[in-house]
Design a protein around this ligand. Sequence first.
Ligand code: HEC
Length: 264
Amino acid sequence: MPNQSRTFSHLISGLNSTFVAKFNYGRGIFEHQWTSSHHPDGTRTGLGPLYNGTGCAQCHVRDGRGQPPGPEAPEISGFVMQLGVATVASAALTPDPNYGWQLQDRAIDGVRPEGRVVVNYTSVPTRLGEETVQLRRPSYDVVDLAYGPLASGIRFGPRVAPPVFGLGYVSAIDPADIIANADDNDLDGDGISGRPNFVTDPVSGKAQLGRFGWKASEPSIRAQAQRAAAIDIGLSSPDHLSPYGDCMATQAICDADKTGKPEP
Ligand code: HEC
């Protein structure tokens, strides 16, 4: 009888011992609950100062998906609010000058979290075949802002954590196959449209096909993981340009935290 709670967490069969060891090392990091650098136990520390979760598995519960907040689950679990400012000069979004790329709703002791997301739902009657069903349309508010106003023209990107199993297979798809299947305007009429997203690989600095995240914003699992470490948990990594997570120049608390050295 397989362990039900681990249904989606098994490694594929047939791996040699080197890959089994890598898998187990990765799982250890994924399931680790990080603490702040000021924590007395001193091991695997570096949480924050601003963060959304204390570990990967907190949002990707049992390697599965997160949950949007709602009346039945007011505590946010595996949901984040990404931020972006549209500038006239370029189509690309830039981070909010005070809050960065994401609203961190948690912080280590002595630091104020950036704010809180409130979600309200309106019931919308919708035809589904023969039936009329009630669907919920969310609207988002960010409250209790601790570091000044959000930029004018701020755009919210609410995101629920997707499942993370099977992504090795997604990595293995040839980019040419993804590009060949692009169908921006659903010309083949199968009800599915999509176009490839090209992004800059933070490691190589080159344009690459995006594959991960709801909008294919990250080119590799490595890039997605280092972004998650920095922005969701506040951990630095060799790849991430800012060793201090999603802190902005206006957030003096992050400067204070820089006395701690970046996590290796
Ligand atoms: C605070 C919640 C949170 C934490 C903590 C978190 N994630 Fe995520 N994760 C998300 C969200 C939300 C997305 C979707 C992001 C997007 O679409 O831009 C995501 C996306 C991903 C994806 C892409 C999945 C796909 O199908 O494309 C991977 C891989 C991933 N996370 C790995 C990690 C790892 C590794 C860690 C720990 C270092 C981690 N995550 C920590 C919320 C979280």
